[in-house]
Design a protein around this ligand. Structure first.
Ligand SMILES: Nc1ncnc2c1ncn2[C@@H]1O[C@H](COP(=O)(O)OP(=O)(O)O)[C@@H](O)[C@H]1O
Ligand SMILES: [Mg+2]
Length: 395
């Protein structure tokens, strides 16, 4: 890699410009180190151009590169491993590897990858309105697909967080940042990693990873997906209470012992914000189970979120549902009487939109009807009562 690359000069002293001589099929790369896309624990993502095509480059923080501290050299080897892991992965929901070049001034790698539009964190925080249901479902399904692919290839991500999920312009989600990833020795569902410290971002970590000597399996990622779903639905950064409380115990050396707080309890303030009728709620509950064996695998999550996806109705803030002869249903929805809505929707209903026909199961009908009913109410659109029986139409 190194000997074929030569340094070029651009007008900007912050640019690193390299002649690639056909490496990875490209001639030139310019890394605009001052144009920062985002920052993480050990690197900056910056804008770059690869043969004039915009891309992203990940470079190590200078303080890490320059440090003599042996503790920090671990960051460098992790980054090298990240480059290797990403190089070998190809999946529509994993950020696309484009190449690795060497920074001529530090001799450290620079990771080139596709340029994404936004991080999930920023997308959720900057959206002025609720994220439409079908977008929530699509993003969630994308994440599960990526993680299932990782697990099939024996890789645990271990640091799934909204900063490490990127979105393109059409809200396709891709997983990035494999700096904490671990290649399991064999099938990750069988492997229990034993490490000395919790790998990822604390609020996304399951109880077994928060212990002094964490032991965990692929279900560490499933748990993090559960926290991500909670965040996607509520648009709030997760705010769990402490993971444990103390209880007096004269038999222990300290006179007290740590008692773990169940996840559903410590995350109650977020969970209550998920509507009771939301199709996400049972999935979130299962992902956040205290015992890892009770959580679904990533492959099972793909299936469950895929089902939500296949039945999610395209919803926009100006969409409205029209019903004919269904005033009883309207009244029940207005009262928030979910049971009556369920009963009235107990037959399959054809959904007609301008662009597509979707057949819904009963439970999904309830979810999408209520979601969109609330959507209509909040946007002030009235719901006319003239429409063909059993047919929902967008307007
Ligand atoms: N390919 C990319 N396109 C656009 N922004 C990116 C890209 N990669 C990373 N970022 C931004 O940079 C941030 C840090 O990148 P990340 O790889 O997570 O670094 P770290 O390992 O230091 O956490 C991300 O949260 C995101 O906002
Ligand atoms: Mg990161």
């Amino acid at each position: 890699m190194g000997n074929r690359i030569s340094l070029l000069l651009t007008g900007d002293p912050n640019d690193i410009s390299l002649n690639l001589s056909g490496l990875y099929g490209y001639q030139n790369v310019v890394i605009h180190t001052a144009q920062v896309l985002g920052s993480g624990a050990y690197g900056n993502a910056v804008k770059a151009t690869l043969d004039k095509n915009p891309c992203a480059a990940k470079i190590l923080h200078r303080v890490i590169v320059d440090s003599q501290d042996p503790g920090l050299s671990d960051f460098i080897s992790r980054f090298e491993q990240e480059c290797q892991i990403l190089r070998d992965l190809k999946h529509p929901n994993i950020v696309q590897f484009l190449g690795v070049v060497q920074d001529p001034s530090t001799n450290k790698p620079i990771l080139l990858m596709e340029l994404m539009k936004d991080s999930l964190t920023h997308f959720l925080e900057s959206s002025p309105t609720d994220i439409p249901y079908h977008v929530q479902v699509n993003i969630s399904h994308d994440i599960a697909l990526a993680v299932a692919h990782l697990h099939r290839n024996g890789i645990l991500h271990r640091d799934l967080s909204s900063n490490n999920i990127l979105l393109n312009a059409s809200h396709l989600a891709k997983v990035t940042d494999f700096g904490m990833s671990k290649i399991a020795a064999s099938n990750p569902s069988m492997t229990r990693s034993k490490v000395t410290q919790c790998p990822g971002t604390l609020v996304y970590m399951p109880p077994e990873a928060l212990r002094p000597q964490p032991r965990y399996s692929d279900k560490i990622d499933t748990f993090s997906i559960g926290v991500l779903l909670l965040q996607i639905v509520t648009r709030k950064f997760p705010a769990p209470t402490a993971a444990s409380t103390t209880r007096e115990d004269p038999s222990s050396a300290w006179g007290e012992i740590d008692v773990p707080i169940p996840e559903m309890e410590r995350r109650k303030s977020d969970i209550v914000k998920v509507p009771a009728y939301s199709g996400f709620l049972p999935v979130i509950r299962d992902c956040l189970k205290d015992k890892s064996k009770d959580r679904p695998t990533a492959a099972q999550l793909c299936q469950r979120l895929g089902q939500l996806k296949s039945t999610a109705v395209y919803s926009g803030s100006r969409s409205a549902l029209l019903f004919e002869g269904r005033t009883e249903l309207h009244d029940a929805a207005e009262r928030g009487d979910v049971k009556t809505v369920e009963r009235l929707l107990s037959t399959s209903v054809n959904i007609n939109s301008r662009t597509e026909d979707v057949r819904l199961s009963t439970s999904e009908c309830v979810v999408s009807f209520l979601t969109q009913f609330i959507d209509c109410c909040s946007t002030g659109l009235c719901i006319p009562t003239t429409c063909r029986k059993d047919t929902l139409l967008y307007c």
